[in-house]
Design a protein around this ligand. Structure first.
Ligand code: NA7
Length: 548
């Protein structure tokens, strides 16, 4: 059936934005309010929030500090909102994003409960055709994906899940009504950032919590506290300073990596500095020494410090040994921060199971069976992460020129230029796409940079009568090489089983996906390209612009 005849509705727009999290919301502000374009944001959920809409698991909290984890484009917006704690909890972030949606009247251009299933480029008309699961279609000159990096839940394919008589949940698709753990025997698979946040909270109410750990993980105390009235006032008085700080640091955080080397610091002094960082808590621990991520020997000093802390906190020596038997450098995988994670193993109602030693073989009607035991459970929680970065994009059937499929172009890994574009897909922009700093940066900072760059680019195109912007295979090859080279200078590339490399998803190509060179150099590269009239892209004029 011709597409037009099967359409429930059809709308023609300047731009379609896919996703209404931080990225989609800000892109809407940039395009609608600053450029005056007709824009529709299509969102699968029934509210704004994206990642923070779906990830409602117990203990869900941001690891970036609240005063740096928000939009900074408008000082009045910053002054109008007050965070309550050092790290914002998921419900508070969601309230914040709803506040933003209200303040800028965003909902009138967001269509909720609308899952995009395909986007197809019509070369003759120079239009993208976007279709939804409900059979609606939209045409637009530009498509901007704002689908998040960690939004496609990974439920591992363990035989027998369908036979389980109890309930199971993935942390990234958590029921909106919550889950009552009282009186329940709960099994949780996964000890990444999510599992580490969830375990202490689940243990508070569950009858028993069994944590199934495959890879032991580092974690540093978050030291979450309510914000004092003085600090809240400081935030209001220093909106410019906060914005500037997060734009001047490599990872978009409001703190700098110390200009000292672990290996040049006497052992006693080094220990004192780690102790101070441990007490201060948070992601800042990674900033204690500048050589921590560049030298294995330097990193070992941090790794040993955290392992020693784990052994001190956890009373049962066998459990402590399993938790501290960590096989990768500190922060080589995303470093979690926690509230009483290791302390949780001192509770009588919590058990750790080492599934590296005795792998999970099956889910049975009554629980989880490993190679040496069966654990009876009422609830299984999958804190098993995401098909990160590429998953959400490949979940949409995206085809470019001549029917070229994104999934074919990315068969061996996510070819891209700047993490913003893919050759063969003109006028398609990917906010925080693979190849950009994204997950290695404080996300709202990365998102603001991308949304503004894309809006500036579209403004330039409109001002110069340009119909398409597109990258080339050569530019993509060069950029992917840069991404690899930059990663290879850090310990990040030495960890073979991280989701940064796609290694958590069976069959996924192992390619280091985020740009590890830091937000500051990345921004300079992007700004330079814009200042030179986007010369490293192919810009074309004189195409038809009428809808098909
Ligand atoms: P992560 O960091 O990908 O962690 C997933 C965890 O689940 C990790 O411990 C995995 O072990 C474990 N896992 C995954 N599949 C299995 C199977 N089949 N059996 C046993 N264990 C398994 O996801 P998170 O949600 O914690 O965090 C994602 C990001 O969100 C985080 O980095 C922050 O940026 C925010 P593995 O390490 O693969 O052995």
């Amino acid at each position: 059936m011709p597409e037009a005849l099967s359409d429930k509705h059809h709308t023609d727009l300047d731009a379609v934005v896919i996703g209404a999290g931080f990225a989609g919301m800000y892109q809407l502000i940039c395009l609608r309010d600053r450029l005056g374009l007709s824009v529709k944001v299509l969102e699968a959920g029934d509210g704004v929030g994206g990642t923070w809409y779906w990830n409602r698991y117990p203990g869900a909290r941001c690891d970036s500090e609240s005063h740096a984890y928000w939009f900074t484009f408008d000082p009045e917006l910053m002054k109008g909102w007050e965070w309550s704690e050092r790290y914002p909890e998921q419900p508070e972030i969601l309230r914040y994003l709803n506040y933003v949606a209200d303040r800028y009247d965003l909902r009138r251009n967001i269509q909720f409960n609308t899952r995009v299933t395909s986007a197809r480029f019509d070369e003759a008309a120079n239009r993208w055709h976007v279709r939804t699961a409900d059979g609606e279609s939209f045409t637009a000159k530009f498509v901007i994906t704002a689908v998040g990096c960690l939004s496609t839940a990974n439920v591992p394919n363990i035989p027998g899940l369908e036979s389980f008589k109890g309930d199971w949940y993935h942390t990234g698709m958590w029921p909106h009504g919550g889950v009552d753990f009282r009186g329940k025997r709960v099994g949780m698979i996964g000890t990444g950032s999510t599992g580490i946040q969830a375990a202490p909270v689940i243990a508070e109410t569950a009858k028993h919590l069994t944590v199934f750990q495959r890879t032991a993980n580092y974690s540093v105390p978050a030291r979450n506290v309510p914000l004092t009235p003085e600090f809240k006032q400081w935030i209001k008085d220093n909106t410019h300073t906060i914005r500037t700080a997060t734009r001047e640091t490599l990872n978009g955080q409001p703190f700098r990596i110390e200009q000292r080397k672990a290996l040049e610091t006497p052992a006693e002094e080094r220990e004192r500095l780690y102790e101070e960082a441990w007490e201060r808590g948070g992601l800042q621990f990674r900033a204690t020494f500048e050589d921590m991520m560049a030298s294995k020997e330097a990193n070992d000093t941090a790794a040993e410090f955290v392992k020693k802390k784990i052994r001190q906190i956890v009373k049962d020596p066998k459990t402590a040994a399993i938790l501290s038997d960590i096989d990768h450098p500190y922060a080589g995988k995303r470093p979690p921060i926690d509230t009483d994670y290791f302390e949780t193993y001192n509770r009588d109602n919590v058990t750790l199971v080492d599934v590296k030693a005795a792998p999970i073989q099956a889910i049975t009607p009554n629980g989880i069976r490993t190679s040496d035991a069966e654990y009876e459970l009422d609830i299984i929680v999958f804190a098993t992460g995401f098909d990160a970065m590429t998953g959400p994009l490949l979940a949409i059937d995206i085809s470019g020129r001549d029917g070229l499929k994104l999934r074919d172009v990315w068969e061996a890994g996510p070819l891209n230029y700047l993490g913003l574009q893919v050759a063969g897909f003109p006028n398609l922009f990917t906010i925080t796409g693979p190849g950009s700093p994204s997950v290695l940066c404080n996300m709202p900072v990365a998102i603001e940079q991308h949304a503004e760059w894309i809006a500036d680019c579209i403004k330039y195109m409109n001002a110069h009568g340009i119909d398409t912007i597109e990258t080339t295979p050569e530019k993509m090859a060069g950029w992917v090489q840069t991404v690899n080279e930059v990663a290879s200078k850090t310990l990040l590339s030495t960890v073979q089983h991280s989701w940064y490399l796609g290694a958590n998803i069976p069959g996924k190509p192992r390619v280091f996906m985020p740009y590890a060179g830091g937000m500051v150099p990345y921004r300079e590269i992007c700004d330079d390209i814009a200042a030179k009239g986007y010369e490293s892209f192919v810009l074309s004029k004189a195409r038809a612009t009428a809808p098909a």
